[in-house]
Design a protein around this ligand. Structure first.
Ligand code: N2P
Length: 365
């Protein structure tokens, strides 16, 4: 080889390596997940292990996610709708089928959870469970004791009974800004089917909520974590793990705030948040790598240990803190399971009624 040829081949070898390297660095996955829903070290570890950069955005409402998905071109590669929303989004053609050959860690998943999520995603073809939990009542134990004379809440009556909620008005009540979580709870409290699509029954739920509306300070689906932890409010209708995160933040702050969580005896909703890949996702290969990584038992256990929600990964349970695994409000025992119901997606007509009803409730008119 002449000197020039040698130089040329060295240069092209260098260029080849350089280009490959640059390509690896450019790999990206755009993730859109709920707020307060991951230990961020998981994202750093994923990037270290795979070289794929994660652009991580958050939301706190299924409606917000749905609006983006239905508009198309969201640019997201992995999104996490709840099962009842996922079901109709699958119907609308928003997602692509998962390539299971790229997801070997699916063998770690928990059949009991998959049977339940199949209600929303038959055959679990489009989605993988991330976390699941309940809708219940988070409360400031001392403030509730002072206002109501009890430090134990076990019934929706504390919230839906206007006489009771009036007593909590001044110490502050927040409620999820989420009709598909709150209206079924009102129906259940009234002894009706939480999945009712009857306009009359939904009107009864509306009436019940309007009666307590004057005592609600805010409808919001993520601010209640800090509001509870700081002692700014005394009650929140919220999601289980978020309330437990509030409890932990309060413990860390050492200001004497103690937080409790109740799965009311009349029944509480059990929901499933599912990871899925939009049909128009720009980085499909990276999305599969991300999903497969999230199904590693140690990884998803780390997430549950941090966000205090149960996950749908059976093999992860050996890595989950004992206190979490044995807490029936996180991993329900048979007695708690009996109290839990699931919700179905609303048909378009019922959805319009629900949306209208919710506007009336939130605006108080
Ligand atoms: C996470 C709340 C997710 C539960 N902060 C709602 N599906």
């Amino acid at each position: 080889m002449t000197r020039k040829a040698l130089w040329l081949s060295a240069t092209s070898a260098f260029l080849a390596v350089f280009t490959l390297g640059a390509h690896a660095e450019n790999r990206v996955v755009n993730v859109f997940n709920w707020s307060d829903y991951i230990d961020s070290s998981i994202i750093d570890d994923f990037t270290k292990e795979t070289g794929i950069k994660v652009v991580y955005d958050t939301f706190d409402s299924n409606e917000i996610l749905e609006t983006k998905l239905l508009a198309g071109g969201s640019g997201y590669d992995v999104v996490v709708p709840s099962g009842n929303f996922l079901a109709r989004q699958i119907q609308a053609g928003v997602f692509q089928k998962l390539d299971k050959s790229k997801l070997p860690n699916i063998s770690n998943m928990w059949d009991t959870v998959m049977e339940r999520t199949a209600k929303y995603d038959p055959g679990n073809e489009y989605s993988i469970n991330y976390m699941w939990g309940t809708v219940g009542i988070g409360y400031n134990i001392k403030k509730v004791q002072a206002a109501l004379g009890t430090d134990k809440i076990d019934s929706w009556d504390v919230f839906f009974n206007p006489e009771s909620l009036a007593k909590l008005k001044d110490c502050g009540v927040y409620v999820l800004d989420s009709p598909a979580d709150i209206i079924p709870a009102a129906l259940k409290y009234l002894g009706l089917d939480p999945n009712s699509t009857s306009p009359d029954e939904i009107a009864k739920a509306e009436e019940t909520l309007l009666k307590v509306r004057p005592y609600i300070r805010k409808f919001h689906s993520s601010e209640y974590i800090n509001a509870l932890a700081n002692g700014d409010i005394c009650l929140a209708v919220g999601w289980s793990g978020d309330v437990f995160q509030a409890r932990n933040r309060a413990d860390e702050a050492k200001q004497g705030v103690e937080i409790g969580y109740s799965v009311p005896k009349e029944g509480a909703q059990m929901w499933f948040d599912q990871m899925a890949i939009p049909a128009d996702a720009p980085h499909v290969a990276e999305a599969h790598e991300f999903l497969n990584y999230m199904m590693k038992p140690e990884v998803i256990a780390k997430s549950s240990n941090y966000v205090l929600y149960a996950n749908g990964n059976k093999a992860s349970q050996q890595f989950i803190d004992k206190a979490i695994l044995e807490d029936p409000a996180i991993y329900p025992d048979a007695a708690t399971l009996q109290k839990l119901y699931t919700v179905s997606p609303y048909d378009p007509k019922t959805q319009r009624i629900i949306t209208r009803t919710w506007t009336k409730i939130v605006t108080g008119q």
